[in-house]
Design a protein around this ligand. Structure first.
Ligand code: ASP
Length: 345
């Protein structure tokens, strides 16, 4: 395996990794990229050719929008043939959404796109940002027999590399902020960087990169809770432009069986709205029909999300809905693993 002489493009979007404390009010604010590079002179010894493109201004990831994903995708598209891999520096708050979105937007991707960031700014003494950034560059640069080792959109954080569309932020305090509950990690970094090769996706090589730049965000997330009212459901389902709902259900995909609930679901499906059953549990899968409480949903035309994360479901729908596909085609894609985002039974 070798990584020397690889060319890596860093795309700096913002996030805590590049923030500094405002001396006036003490809040963390993003600063420009030069400040980050000055903090890590070690990068020069990696032997890679590293260039960087910075958002101007860099942003906190709570301000990420669908247009930001298009912007990141366009940067990758413009520089695709000139670099061996890409590292996206991003705030942790919405990193799992962005990595999921990019995984669906970049069709035929055969180079690494590694998202990373930090819980503490790179200038802080105990920062986690240095290791995260250095190892992300090493992973993005890693090649074997001239081919990239990880030709996927991933998140590297606190010693673990996970598939982007399998990842969720689970911790706002600890360095160990991300989890891939339903899919094995693709690499773990300790004294050695150990790749879990059999779980890495390898798309057919030499297919041209196709970038889906359009996203349709007329979707809603409806999280079930005991006490949910018909009025609340009507408010969500009554949204005029609505194209799809991620129904966050209990356990193995279960929902109330009351006629008031099922009638509203059925009416939405009959209007052509996609309803995707995604479990609120972080581990395990929707199994429609296992209980009476999900069999009704199946009969009403609700689609199983299997073990998909809400982040992946949201972004998969946004990409599919923007492609002017027939209803049955979208449904077929939702029942398929497009980028390794679901485990089919
Ligand atoms: N609020 C920050 C962001 O997501 C948090 C972080 O980077 O960790 O941009």
């Amino acid at each position: 395996m070798d990584s020397e002489n690889s060319s890596i493009l860093i795309i700096y979007t913002g996030g805590t990794i590049g923030m500094f404390e405002d001396p006036v009010n003490g809040s963390l604010k993003p600063v420009d990229f030069k400040n980050i590079m000055n903090q890590i002179p070690e990068i020069k010894v990696l032997g890679c050719n590293i260039k960087a493109i910075s958002f101007d201004p860099p942003i906190d990831s709570s301000d990420i929008d669908t247009s930001t994903w298009t912007h990141i995708a366009e940067i990758i598209e413009q520089h695709y043939s000139s670099y061996d891999g890409f590292v996206v520096l991003h705030g942790t708050d919405t990193m799992a959404y962005s990595a999921s979105a990019l995984s669906f937007m970049l069709e035929n991707l055969d180079k690494p796109v590694i998202f990373t960031g930090a819980q503490l700014p790179i200038g802080a003494l105990r920062t986690d940002g240095k290791e995260n950034l250095i190892t992300s560059i090493v992973i993005a640069a890693a090649k074997e027999y001239g081919k990239p080792l990880i030709p996927e959109v991933c998140i590297y954080f606190e010693s673990k590399l996970s598939r982007g569309n399998r990842t969720t932020k689970v911790n706002a305090e600890q360095f160990n902020a991300f989890q891939s509950a339903n899919y094995p990690y693709l690499a773990k970094a300790g004294v050695h960087l150990v790749y879990n090769r059999e779980f890495v996706r390898h798309p057919g090589r030499f297919r041209k990169l196709v970038v889906h730049k359009e996203l349709n965000n007329h979707i809603a997330i409806l999280k079930l809770f005991p006490g949910l009212t018909p009025e609340y459901m009507d408010a969500v389902l009554g949204y005029k432009e609505l194209k799809a709902v991620i129904l966050e259900t209990y356990g193995a995909g279960n929902a109330p069986t009351g006629i008031w609930f099922l009638r509203r679901i059925k009416t939405a499906v009959d209007k052509g709205i996609f309803i995707l059953d995604v479990t609120q549990c972080s581990r395990g899968s929707v199994e429609m029909g296992r209980y009476e409480t999900s069999r009704h949903l199946l009969k009403a035309g609700v689609i199983s999300g299997y073990d998909i994360t809400t982040e992946a479901a949201t972004t998969k729908l946004m990409v599919l809905l923007a492609q002017n596909l027939e209803y049955e085609e979208v449904k077929m894609h939702l029942n398929k693993s497009l980028k390794g985002e679901i485990t089919l039974p």
